[in-house]
Design a protein around this ligand. Structure first.
Ligand SMILES: [Zn+2]
Ligand SMILES: [Zn+2]
Length: 426
């Protein structure tokens, strides 16, 4: 077996990539972290929410001002959790990787550490240069890795896993500049010949006609009452404490998010958000809570009313270490708390929603595999299955801080406060 390309599947690094942009209102230069969703300008005081259309597209600037003949090569960037599912169960890991999005021997297969030392910029009208089209979508990259130059060998070692899920919201396209000088391909950042280049890029590589990153800047005001919306700088859901509503970006505006708070007897120290998803799972008998308990073969007696109680999947709406992510999803899903959620936003601190609903839906197959006792048969079934979310809401669950542990008051579950701080860096 050949060694795996370490730099392309480099383990998690806590260093945030930085993005340079201009305030859309006053033009002042600003620097954001890659996970920031909010821009607050210290010059003109505007507060705006960033909503990119699709995956954000950035470029790394060449050493000189962008020369006309510079050629930008695309790289997919992924940061998040990868779950591999097979007959033995689920294994999980964190991945921080980038990979050339072209089937070409012309360019290095990875960006290396450049984005950690250089700032990224959004591709704007008039950036200049020529941008190559990515040859495959991000979701194809795991299937594609055998063909990708430099990305050889198995990620998991001996036996290939039957199925993989990528969960994380950090998928972006990053363009890196190259120049042809005297018949040699140069890395235009370092101004030195590009390593690993065995061919010259030819005309066969199609150019992107419209490479700009389409970005909406939404004023951070509640669409219902005009109050300032609140949330951490990386939050995907913003709250209005004036009219008790929750909002997420949808295109160029905010749309309402269905939400609730589970009641707490003790004063909660912190509320953690979960996506509660009722979904249709084609081909599987997984409609009721009773079905879920049978799937997991939990030694609980099954009262008949559970046959009528619809199954809901509870997926953490925040990024956290992947083992803990899956453990929380299992615990909350199998306990199906039925207490009525309230729509009044409490005064206790709320942990920011950092995992989008779409990613949580991706997590349902992983969760089912992890719960199932008969992993072999569930995996064959799930490979054909479509998961269609029917009813989704954001449920905040109370936790009480005791020492350095956050404890759920009724369930036997505790999370170290450190684990949450660490998850913020994901
Ligand atoms: Zn400004
Ligand atoms: Zn409001």
């Amino acid at each position: 077996m050949q060694p795996i390309a370490i730099s392309a599947v480099k383990e998690f690094s806590s260093q945030a990539w930085q993005i340079e942009l201009q305030c859309p209102q006053c033009g002042a230069p600003l620097v954001l972290e890659e996970t920031d969703r909010m821009l607050s300008c210290s010059f003109c005081r505007v507060r705006l929410y960033l909503a990119p259309e699709g995956q954000p597209r950035y470029y790394l600037a060449p050493k000189e001002n962008v020369p006309k003949n510079v050629l930008f090569a695309p790289y997919w960037r992924f940061k998040g959790m990868v779950f591999s599912m097979d007959d033995h169960g689920v294994t999980e890991r964190l991945v921080d990787s980038n990979l050339l999005a072209l089937r070409s021997q012309c360019f290095p297969f990875s960006l290396g550490i450049r984005p950690q030392v250089l700032r990224l910029k959004f591709i704007a009208p008039g950036t200049g240069g020529r941008f190559l089209s990515p040859a495959f979508p991000f979701r194809g990259y795991q299937m594609d890795r055998d063909q990708a130059p430099g990305f050889r060998g198995s990620l998991t070692g001996g036996h290939a896993s039957r199925s993989k899920a990528f969960i994380g919201d950090m998928v972006s396209l990053i363009y890196s500049p190259f120049l042809v000088k005297h018949g040699i391909l140069f890395d235009a950042i370092l101004d030195s010949p590009a390593p690993e280049c065995s061919e010259m890029p030819g005309e066969e590589l199609p150019l992107e006609q419209d490479p700009e990153c389409k970005m909406s800047f939404i004023p951070m005001l509640c669409p219902a009452c005009g109050w300032d919306l609140e949330g951490d700088k990386n939050a995907l859901v913003l709250l209005c404490s004036n009219c008790d509503s929750a909002w997420q970006a949808a295109g160029e505006s905010f749309e309402k998010v269905d939400f609730g708070f589970l009641p707490s007897n003790d004063d909660a120290s912190l509320y953690l958000p979960f996506w509660r998803i009722q979904a249709t799972i084609s081909g599987a008998k997984l409609k009721s809570y009773a079905d879920l308990i049978r799937l997991a073969n939990l030694s609980k007696p099954i009262p008949s009313r559970w046959e009528e109680h619809p199954a809901a999947f509870w997926i953490p709406a925040f990024k956290i270490q992947p083992q803990l992510f899956l453990r929380l999803a299992r615990l909350f899903t199998t306990s199906q708390q039925s207490a009525d959620a309230q729509n009044t936003i409490p005064h206790s601190p709320l942990y920011a929603v950092t995992l989008p609903l779409a990613e949580a839906v991706e997590g349902i197959k992983v969760l089912i595999t992890s719960l199932a006792v008969q992993k072999d048969s569930i995996l064959s079934l799930l490979s054909e299955t479509m998961i269609t979310p029917d009813e989704c809401s954001l449920i905040y669950c109370p936790f009480v801080l005791k020492g350095t542990e956050l404890i759920h008051p009724t369930m036997q579950v505790s999370i170290s406060a450190n684990a949450l701080n660490w998850g913020k860096l994901l």
